[in-house]
Each structure stands twice: as C-alpha cells, then as structure tokens.
Design a protein around this ligand. Sequence first.
Ligand code: ADP
Ligand code: MG
Length: 254
Amino acid sequence: MTGEVALEAVDLRRWYGGVRAVDGCSFQVPRGQITGLIGPNGAGKSTAVSLLAGSIRPDGGQISLLGRDITRLPNWQRARLGLIRTFQVSRELPHMTVLDNLMMAVTPQPGESLWSALLRRPQWRRAEREMLVRAWSLLEEFGLAPMVDEYAENLSGGQKRLLEMARAVMPDPKVLLLDEPVAGVNPRLINEIAGHIERLRDEGMTILMVEHELSVVERLCDSVIVMAQGRVLDVGPMHHLRQNQAVVEAYLAG
Ligand SMILES: Nc1ncnc2c1ncn2[C@@H]1O[C@H](COP(=O)(O)OP(=O)(O)O)[C@@H](O)[C@H]1O
Ligand SMILES: [Mg+2]
C-alpha cells in the first residue's frame, strides 16, 4: 500500500538542560520504504531514534505507529507493536553465544507475569522451538551461522554489526530503526549490510536509518530527512536535497 504512514513524529522535543537535542521535530516515515535520517554530528539524530523507540521519554510532542498513538508506551510495548531499533554502538551480550543473543531478543518482557509464563509452559516450548528455527535461519541469512556457538565478544566489529541487525530482526518488526548500521565497517561489509537492508525492505519492512555514509543513503533511501540543531531542515530524495542551499551548507558541503 503506497502513501501509508508507518511512523510519525509531531513536534517532538527532548532537551538536556540547555541543549535542545530534539527541538520540535515533525516528520513521517512512509510504509514499505527506506527513509534516511542525516545531519551533522550533534544534530539530534540518535536522540530522535531513542524517542521513537521509547528508549527515552520526550519533553513534548507525539509519536504514532501505524496510526496508533504510542507516545506514552514503554519501549518493550512499542517492540510488541513491531517497532524495533538498533544502536549506534552495537549492544550485543558479550558473554553469551551468538545463538543466545538472538534467542534473548525474543524472551518475555517485563510486564508478562511469571505465573502466566509457567501456566503456558507447553505452548512456550513450542514457541521456543519456532524461535530456534527462526534464529538459525537469520544466522544463515546474515552469514553468522559459522559463529553460532561463539561468544559475541569474540566477533569482529563487522560481525557485531551483523549480529546487532539480526537481533533487531529476530522479533520480525514492522518498522526497523537503524542508527548508523555501517559505522566503522569496511567497504566490502558496507556493501553487504546495505544488501541486507534492501532485502528487509523487499520483504515488506519499513526502515528508518540514520547514516553518515552518503553513498549508502543515496543507494538505499527513497526519501531523506535532514536534521540540524534538533530541527528538521528539509525532507526529500537526495537529488532534491542537493538543491537546497541550507542543507548543502549544514551538511553536504562539510
Ligand atoms: N544523554 C545526554 N545527556 C546530555 N546531552 C545529550 C545526551 N544525549 C545527547 N545529548 C546532546 O544532544 C545533542 C544531540 O545528540 P545526538 O542525538 O547524539 O546527535 P547525533 O546522533 O545527530 O549526532 C548533542 O549536543 C548531544 O551532546
Ligand atoms: Mg548519533
């Protein structure tokens, strides 16, 4: 379905003392597309992603997911509704295996009572088997199957980025928020990760990605949101943004 909005921010605000990290941002993320979020360091991109995912609370504004107001929902409830993020710095569980890292991405969340968990045990076992199958297939897709029993701390930087993405995809999100998915990654792996992101989009996922690497933004993103100093400067495809003098000065020229 074209024209449908997956995720929307209206007048979103988050200040840290005098620092207006996000200062009245409104934007829409269209369903089934890859939308870019770019801007200079300190523009407020990661803060915006944290607000959308519910990792932090806004000081003002609204967020809606597929038409539903999620502003007051904690991050795990947003995750249940299909909104999942990755972090700028990978957050794998270092002392667990690659497989357990994926399994932990779908364990019961706070709010699900121990009793209901125990009572539903047989169903749980079945669910766990299904999760194992899914974990294995994702490990294959992301090229991590050979590392399945390796402790996450022993992975290379690039493999950690792949694991971060596989963990985020594990609960089968509708909307995926990626914070600099190719940061610090070598060119061959950048290409590979970009391919994974395209594949997820082709499978129907909606993606919002913060990215510094403009070649990747150019290749993947249908539309791009430009932030500077906590505000949205412009929105549009890259060829449109290159015509905007304010955008060129704030970001593209630098
Ligand atoms: N937890 C925090 N405490 C204080 N200031 C913060 C915090 N997080 C972000 N900031 C500030 O908010 C601004 C935006 O940061 P950030 O969202 O990380 O920008 P970006 O991801 O675009 O580089 C920066 O000035 C940053 O220093
Ligand atoms: Mg950032």
